[in-house]
Design a protein around this ligand. Structure first.
Ligand code: ZN
Length: 440
């Protein structure tokens, strides 16, 4: 077997896809051993040696946990090696993300793939001298003097998993990692941008990872939070399907209900809001919760009390039936009906009746009025980097007529967004709790 065949054969086996071209073998003669390194919050570097020289086209295929497809990067070789630097200071990547990657070379019509490699991106910031211990299904990670708390969280993982498995009629699908941060600063540094400032803990179900802040509340409070977070992971396993995530109010409601196996004191919040500004339609809190404190607290409270109502009237088996329906691809309404036997709209109506209010109705949006911004006269528009010869200023609109924004920098924005979406592949995450929800 010639040298060419020696690398073609393993590549074909590893990747299951190979196109053999008609041309003669080029200088490129296979991949060396891939090397990966990273600095948290800074970069991930991918290095590869190119035996025999560079191929015509070299690409790196990157996949992260929870993403459906690979992100393909074109890499310019430098002689007989190549390096790709993934700037994670710009593209936030959650710690403990498992990166799966392959190099792809195309030379003279022949495509060669390196073996699939995996690399775990870890939080290696200075001062975080991680230690770990395995307790059943949980691996707990801590630094400094937090071993006792970390081990306690590991024990509680088992408690929460068992409770949730019984409620959902399913089993945990794999191990769980728990990272314990001593300070809020370190915790928020791990979670990156976009996390609500009230978060004291967070679960990332696709990564099977929970992040805890020891400054998130009293030890008793954190124990309850631990149960809450692990419930999210079991629920994610129980409802795993390729179509959609279950309603967020249900996910958070189940996690909060599981803290104490009752409505966790959330009923008072709903009663107070029912008397004041009113309640949310469940369809309004299916995807995201409002950012503000009132909206956030009420969303958790409605979810928890709805779960309590379902269990009270239809039994805990109703929750297992709902989970099973999601696994089979049911919509939210179909899953709720599969669990309770009544249409979701009737369930919602029963809920609002329970609190003595009528079901909220949709509010019609206000029409968008024509712009009242004064525009410079034609001929005096600052082109802002756009060559006026290529893109003349827009004609002055007739009174009351709208003009679309010019947006000279729009393409750059769109590309930036595209990259962000492609690489934010840790999947949807569920942030835990708001520390002020209950005085700890
Ligand atoms: Zn939660």
């Amino acid at each position: 077997m010639g040298r060419l065949m020696r690398w073609l054969a393993p590549a074909a086996l590893a990747a299951g896809m190979l196109a053999i071209g008609a041309g003669p073998a080029a200088a490129f003669d296979g991949f060396g051993e891939p090397r990966t390194d990273s600095t948290y919050g800074d970069e991930v570097t991918f290095d590869i040696d190119l035996r025999g020289g560079a191929p015509e086209i070299l690409e790196l295929l990157i996949r992260t946990t929870g993403s459906d497809g690979a992100f393909v990067v074109s890499v310019e070789p430098s002689g007989a090696s190549a390096r790709y630097v993934w700037d994670t200071s710009v593209e936030y990547v959650t710690p403990n993300t498992l990166i799966t990657y392959q190099w792809r070379a195309t030379d003279d019509g022949t495509v060669a793939l390196s073996a699939e490699e995996q690399y775990r991106y870890v939080d290696d910031r200075p001062g975080l001298d991680w230690q770990s211990a395995q307790l059943g299904e949980a691996t707990v990670h801590w630094y400094g003097g937090a071993e006792a708390q970390a081990r306690r969280f590991g024990e509680l993982t088992a408690v929460g998993v068992e409770r949730a498995e019984r409620l959902f009629g399913s089993e945990l699908a794999g191990p769980v990692d728990v990272f314990v941060y001593a300070t809020h600063d370190a915790f928020f540094g791990a979670l990156g941008p976009g996390v609500r400032e009230w978060a004291g803990a967070a679960a990332y179900p696709p990564l099977r990872t929970i992040f805890m802040s020891l400054e998130g509340g009293s030890p008793e409070y954190l124990e309850v939070v631990m149960i809450h977070e692990v419930t999210h992971i079991v629920w994610n396993d129980a409802t795993d399907n390729p179509f959609h995530e279950p309603a967020r109010w249900l996910n958070e409601g189940l996690a909060t209900w599981s803290e104490t196996s009752d409505d966790s004191g959330e009923r008072e919040t709903v009663e107070a809001e029912a008397d004041e500004a009113g309640l949310f339609a469940f369809e309004a809190i299916t995807e995201q919760f409002p950012i503000g404190q009132r909206g956030g607290l009420l969303s958790y409270a409605q979810g928890t009390t709805m779960v309590d109502l379902i269990i009270d009237r239809y039994g805990t088996d109703a929750i297992a039936r709902i989970a099973a329906a999601y696994r089979d691809g049911a919509s939210d309404a179909e899953a709720l009906e599969a669990g309770t036997g009544i249409p979701a709209d009737d369930l919602y109506a029963d809920y609002f009746a329970e609190f003595g209010v009528s079901a909220p109705t949709a509010i019609e949006p206000e029409p968008i009025l024509p712009s009242n911004v004064d525009r410079p006269a034609v001929g005096h528009v600052d082109p802002g980097g756009v060559d006026p010869d290529l893109e003349p200023p827009p004609a002055e609109p007739a009174p009351g007529e709208e003009t679309p924004p010019r947006g000279g920098s729009e393409p750059a924005v769109i590309i930036g967004l595209g990259l962000g979406l492609a690489l934010a592949g840790t999947g949807a995450y569920v942030v835990a709790r708001r520390a002020e929800r209950r005085a700890a």
